[in-house]
Design a binder for this molecule. Sequence first.
Ligand SMILES: Cc1cc2nc3c(=O)[nH]c(=O)nc-3n(C[C@H](O)[C@H](O)[C@H](O)COP(=O)(O)O)c2cc1C
Length: 210
Amino acid sequence: MDLIENLNWRYATKKFDSEKKVSSDKLNYILEAARLAPSSSGLQPFKIIVVTDQAIKDQMKDISMGQSQVVDASHVLVFASWDHYSLERIESVFNYTLKERGLPLDTMDDYKKNLWGMYEPLGTDWHAQHAAKQAYISFGIAMVAAAEQKVDAVPMEGFIPEKMDELLGLKAHGLKSAFLMPIGYRDEANDWLVNMKKVRTPKNDFIIEM
Ligand SMILES: Cc1cc2nc3c(=O)[nH]c(=O)nc-3n(C[C@H](O)[C@H](O)[C@H](O)COP(=O)(O)O)c2cc1C
């Protein structure tokens, strides 16, 4: 199947079959696609928390506007981004990259100085938003990878981030929850959206040619 067919197949699953679990092969494929996402300056300022513990998934429901997907999904992927940038965090990523490439650790000193000079005055709220934007790129790729594997998924912003952070202890990791991606298999018989037409802005409205 080609990409467009897969994108037409996927939909924001409203009801998962709680009996059906995603295999570790498919899960790892989705996570690897997410890991390979590009990010600004290559910082990858986010992590993915993979939640399978049913007790944690159950507790997620109340803080996710009662949405049942978090309970019934095989896995809930939580994309959590850095709560702020710091010179230490930037340095740690750059040093790792330089080591992996066998380059001297001072190779990126000017770049690093300029980047931090730009980021520092923008403040931690801007940092957190910028980091979350990087996570969204990875999330888009993960959604496509899931569709390619015929794994159902729902992108979810409908939750209270502060409470999710508390439930998962994210503050201790310097992270904030950005969005959730429950994955699993659709419950065809009980999902009101499964057979609905996919609706998008018509192409002639969507594309502006210049
Ligand atoms: C950032 C984002 C947040 C979303 N939050 C939720 C959510 O909390 N719950 C939900 O059921 N769907 C959520 N959706 C799904 C959208 O409503 C859905 O993707 C959109 O209506 C298009 O439909 P489709 O994905 O089925 O093609 C979200 C989608 C995105 C991209």
